[in-house]
Design a protein around this ligand. Structure first.
Ligand SMILES: C[S@@+](CC[C@H](N)C(=O)[O-])C[C@H]1O[C@@H](n2cnc3c(N)ncnc32)[C@H](O)[C@@H]1O
Length: 300
């Protein structure tokens, strides 16, 4: 069934704050909590549910699923997840290594430093809506939201396995973030909803076409004037850095990492429409040169 949406952006009718929610197939939600004005928002009597009243996409029944039996509906959800599973490189290159992702990063990279420098560049401010593309095990979201608890954070990833890890990590720290999954196509958000977007160690895992597509999607969901920060592998700063980076390429593949090695990420960012694109710094690690890039969505 084409054109169905599993996530909806809810807009608070009191303060206009937006949040993304997964649409459940088995319950009708008649209220939600708005973090912006700290109100409980209840559905007006003439509306079916929060998604039909306040969402960018209506509930699954009103998207045309009412003719399906619940069993068929669950099968469709499985199909959706199954399609998702085919199209990506897992966090450490292979699915069975995902459980070791956090430990591997801790050992091979100066983790505190590169993550803190990323969030320094992001500078999250209260009430901003901030989007992380490819949240992985939630390490950046944990730092960013504890630094700025009054910003709203939204994460999008493709891998259900990392979502589980991120979910329990953030829950354990009492951090509330919308952790979304999608199927690798259109992002489940309206145009121009985020003030800032960031991404860390994701683009070297995307083939060239997917890099371009995801940057265009990030551009679409950012507000005019919104900022994008990317931290990822870049052109090696010396021969040793180039040599050690083969470790990453052996795990993640040569096809997706070549553009990073050639230092082409800024070109991709520019081609998606961003302006003022630049590299703002780098860190040499045990496994390669990690670079920071940024760009701005043009003000209209
Ligand atoms: C190396 S991990 C980085 C995770 C996290 N950002 C970090 O800083 O540790 C790469 C992440 O990108 C995600 N990913 C891969 N392909 C993706 C795609 N097409 N769309 C969204 N996320 C993707 C993976 O599921 C994984 O969580």
């Amino acid at each position: 069934m084409p054109g169905l949406f599993f996530d909806s952006v809810l807009t608070c009718p009191v303060c206009g704050q937006q949040q993304v929610r997964r649409i459940p197939y088995n319950e009708q939600l008649n209220s939600f909590y708005c973090k912006g004005c700290e109100c409980k928002i209840t559905v007006p009597g003439d509306q079916c549910c929060i998604f039909c009243a306040f969402g960018s996409h209506k509930c699954l029944i009103n998207q045309g699923w009412e003719k399906l039996e619940q069993k068929q509906l669950i099968e469709k959800m499985k199909d959706h997840v199954h399609k998702t599973e085919k199209k990506f490189i897992p966090a450490l290159g292979y699915d069975f290594l995902t459980a070791w992702y956090d430990a591997t990063i801790r050992i091979t990279m100066p983790e505190k430093k590169f993550r803190n420098e990323l969030i320094n560049r992001l500078k999250p401010e209260p009430l901003e809506q901030i989007f992380e593309f490819g949240y992985g095990t939630g390490a950046n979201l944990a730092i960013a939201s504890s630094r700025s608890p009054n910003s709203s954070f939204f994460g999008l990833d493709i891998d259900p396995k990392v979502r589980e890890i991120a979910f329990s990590k953030l829950k354990g720290k009492d951090i509330l973030v919308e952790l979304q999954l999608y199927n690798g196509d259109i992002f489940p958000y309206d145009d121009a909803v985020f003030d800032k977007a960031y991404s860390c160690l994701v683009f070297h895992q995307l083939d060239d076409e997917t890099k371009a597509h995801c940057l265009r999607e990030i551009y679409r969901v950012l507000k005019p004037g919104g900022k994008l920060i990317i931290g990822d592998w870049g052109k090696a700063k010396n021969r040793w850095m180039r040599t050690v980076f083969y470790t990453v390429q052996l795990l993640d593949g040569f096809k997706t990492t070549t553009a990073n090695v050639k230092g082409l990420l800024p070109d991709y960012i520019r081609e998606a429409g961003f302006t003022d694109v630049k590299q703002t710094g780098f860190i040499n690690t045990h496994i390669g040169t990690f670079c920071y890039y940024e760009g701005i969505k043009i003000e209209k």
